[in-house]
Structures are given as C-alpha cells and as structure tokens.
Design a protein around this ligand. Sequence first.
Ligand SMILES: *[C@@H]1O[C@H](CO)[C@@H](O)[C@H](O)[C@H]1NC(C)=O
Ligand SMILES: *[C@@H]1O[C@H](CO)[C@@H](O)[C@H](O)[C@H]1NC(C)=O
Ligand SMILES: *[C@@H]1O[C@H](CO)[C@@H](O)[C@H](O)[C@H]1NC(C)=O
Ligand SMILES: *[C@@H]1O[C@H](CO)[C@@H](O)[C@H](O)[C@H]1NC(C)=O
Length: 452
Amino acid sequence: MAALWRFWRRCRLQAPSSISNRNRNLLYVIVLFPLLLMFLLIPGGEIANYKYVGDTAKDVFLTTFGHDGDGSDDVIRGTRSVENKVVLLWTGFFESRAWRETSDPFKTCPVSNCEISLDKRRVEEVDAVMFNARALALNDDTELPEHPPWQVWILHNSEPPYYIFLHLRRFNNVFNWTSWYRADADIFSPYGDYVEKGGYYDYSDSEDGEGARVPLPNNASDDRNDVVDSDSEAVQSETNTTGEVDEDVYRLHDRIIFFASSNCRDPGRRYKKVAQLKQYLPIDEFGDCGKYQCPKDNDQCERTFARYQFVLAFENGYCRDYITEKLWNAYRRLQIPIVSGGADYQKFAIPGSYIDYDNFSNVENLAAHIHRVSTNPEIYNSYFAWRKYYDVIHAPVADWCQICDSLNDKGRKPQVYKDLEGWVAQDSCPLYTQYQVFWTQVYLGIFKMLGF
Ligand SMILES: *[C@@H]1O[C@H](CO)[C@@H](O)[C@H](O)[C@H]1NC(C)=O
Ligand SMILES: *[C@@H]1O[C@H](CO)[C@@H](O)[C@H](O)[C@H]1NC(C)=O
Ligand SMILES: *[C@@H]1O[C@H](CO)[C@@H](O)[C@H](O)[C@H]1NC(C)=O
Ligand SMILES: *[C@@H]1O[C@H](CO)[C@@H](O)[C@H](O)[C@H]1NC(C)=O
C-alpha cells in the first residue's frame, strides 16, 4: 500500500505542468477507473449469489423423468444389444488429451460388463458419454453430439467451483449425472479412499488402472498435479503383500515438515497459515512460491518428500467434501498429514491418522502439539495404528465401478440437471460469477493472442 502511495505521488509530481489541475484529475479518472473496474471484476472479486439448500434438496436442480424400472429404456433402444455398456469419453481430461484410464478400468469391479471407448463415431450406440469440465471449458464451443433419451451424459469434475471456468448455465438440461468430489454427486469420485483390509477392488492390478498410472504431461497445470504422483517407492513400501506392517514408522523419516504448492494465492489462504506456523516450526516449502523446487524426476521428488514426518495437506479452499491427493499421498508416504479444508475429515479421512489445523484454538497450540508428536516415537507411531485395519486404495479419477453399476441399474430414473449452476453452487466455496467467467475468457483470449 505504501509503495502504491509513493508511486502515486511520483506520478503526480511528474505529470506535465502544462495540464491544468482539473484536466489532470480527469486524466487519472480515465486511466484509473477502468483499471479499478477490472480489478473488481477479475476472479476472486465477487461471490455468486446462491442459496445453500442442504443435502436432501438436490432434486430442485433436477428434472426427473417418468419411466422408472420398467425397462422402457431398453425398449427405446430397440434391437441394440445391451449386454455390454459402453462409456464414450467425449472430451480429454483437463488440458491433456488422455484420461488416465483408457481401456479397462472396470475389470475388477463387482459389476464389470462395461467398457471405455474413445471412438466418437460410436456416439449413437454408446450407453454413456463422459465429459470433463475443464476440458469442456477450454473448448467452450465444442459441438455436442445428438443426445438420445436412453443415453447418460456424465459431467466429470475434480476442481472446486472457482476453478471450473465453465459457463455452467449454457449446460442446463444437458447432463444427466455428475461425477464429482462431492458426496452428493450421482457418482461420488473422491481423490482417494480407504477400505478395510482385504475387501477391495484392486485398481493397482489392472493394466490401465491407477497402479500403472501415467503421469499427466508437465504442461497440465491444474492443482491436482502439483504434488508429484506417488506411485513410486513409498507406495510400494506401504502395500507390502506379506500382510505385515512395519509398526515403527517413526524411524523412516529424518526431516520434519514440508509443504508443496504451485499457486501462491488461493481462497484457503494457505500461505498465511504456513507463514504463521513457520514462526514456531521449520517448514520446507516446495514449488513455485517456496524456497525449493521439486526436481522434475518424480521418483527423486517422492523420495525427498517421503523423508518428512509431516506434510501440510492444506486444501486451496474450504469446499464441501473437497479433499485432494495431498491427504492420500501422505498416507502412502507414511506421513502424518496436517489437514485444513472444508470437508468433514472425521467422515472421509482415516480415523486417528491426521492433525486438523482448524481443530486448534491458535497456531501456538498446534505447533506445540506437532512438536510433541514429532519428538515422541510412541505418539508418532500411534497415528499409524490404522495400518493394521485399513488399506489406502488407488482411487481412479472417476469412480468407474459406480458408473458401471449405475448404468446397469434399471431402477434408476432418467434425470437431467435443469439448473447445473445451482447444483454446483451448493458448495461452501464460492462459484465464479458470470462477470468472472467473462473476464477469465477475456484474459485467456488475450493470452492466446499473445501466443502463450
Ligand atoms: C502439452 O504438451 C504436449 C506435448 O508436449 C502437447 O502436445 C500439448 O498440446 C500440450 N497441451 C497444452 C494444453 O499446451
Ligand atoms: C516390504 O517388504 C520388503 C521385502 O519383502 C522389506 O524389506 C520391507 O521392509 C517391507 N516394508 C514394510 C513397510 O513392511
Ligand atoms: C480435535 O479436538 C478434539 C477436542 O479437543 C479432540 O478430541 C480430537 O482428537 C481432535 N482431533 C484431531 C484430529 O486433532
Ligand atoms: C438425459 O437427459 C436428457 C435431456 O437432455 C433426457 O432426454 C434423457 O432421458 C436423460 N437420460 C437419462 C438416461 O437420464
């Protein structure tokens, strides 16, 4: 602020004296007003005005159609064989062309008579068409195919509302199901999950599943990729098939806390929290805003990260049910995550496995607690008691098993999101307003013109 004021004073002093005072003020208004206007309207300025209607009232955003459970969709589909359900991926995934699962993510599902197709020529015969919200936003004018009534269109999204960038209103009455990080989505697709030991779908076995996960290209700059995917050593040490768990996790680490992030400013104000905590504890910061850069080579990066006792798994916003891979990667590295976010961690995270930033009345108390855990092997190891009972699973980007299951569910009523934006806004995080979407489009346009 002070710097701005000095700059302002300098401008005033240097303005040509031939301009009269009145004209000079007019000049300032002409130059500054549009700047001010733009500042107010750019992302982060304004909050969309939506009422939160609560968990049970999702129906207000939907139109539900009549024919339920009588197999009439089969009738509509006429002679087409319905033995195998086909899911066509219409868009790419984020900026990249490829979704992580391309051929058979259904292999190990309880209901597995589904297949993935990338062949758009099959659009008239497939059972479901899948769209990724970011990919769609990047090509907002994408032409959409015909939509036969028996076909399910699924909108997949893994980003909080303020990173969706899609002109949502344009897609009212288009999508039948949502695949989202929110538990109230039709297909709940969280970033990770855990199950009781023994009983789970082993994605890591399937060739195209998470186990053989192909990292996204480096130019895919979404927040989801800022922590390198941990399919390397730490994962393997955790998934020893002998069934025995090494109970002394404490000795695996020789450093204390790290934080990795690619964006410096976000609604969750992570950097503020980190700075406060840093007054009490040493924290190594990786990424664009940190002191250290993570080497491009994933394995090396992972090995470095795995040395730390704790990771700051702060989400970039307090969004409903929004827990990203930051938490799940911590488990795979056998670290204690220090969490902060809008999800109910008691519901979604592993019991007794984490420290909740927002559970402490002040940062000093939190730091004291961390210090105690960090210096006492017994307490530290107690955070990993869950390993005897649970396994962290490699969650796919979308819950393919649930998709296949739902596609086979004849009792499911046909439905469509008549107010998609309304549903998306049922979050504890703000949505982009149309102004913000507009300005984002303008900026993207300018960047494109300048050749970025
Ligand atoms: C990302 O990089 C790949 C290969 O370098 C390129 O083909 C692709 O167009 C890039 N994507 C974007 C969104 O820049
Ligand atoms: C996993 O198994 C290997 C060899 O079988 C062993 O050396 C290693 O200590 C085990 N790790 C854990 C965490 O149990
Ligand atoms: C949160 O605080 C409550 C009460 O102080 C405590 O019982 C609980 O264990 C804390 N949870 C975590 C994750 O620290
Ligand atoms: C999907 O939505 C469309 C409206 O665009 C509707 O005609 C169709 O019946 C719905 N299909 C299913 C399977 O829900």
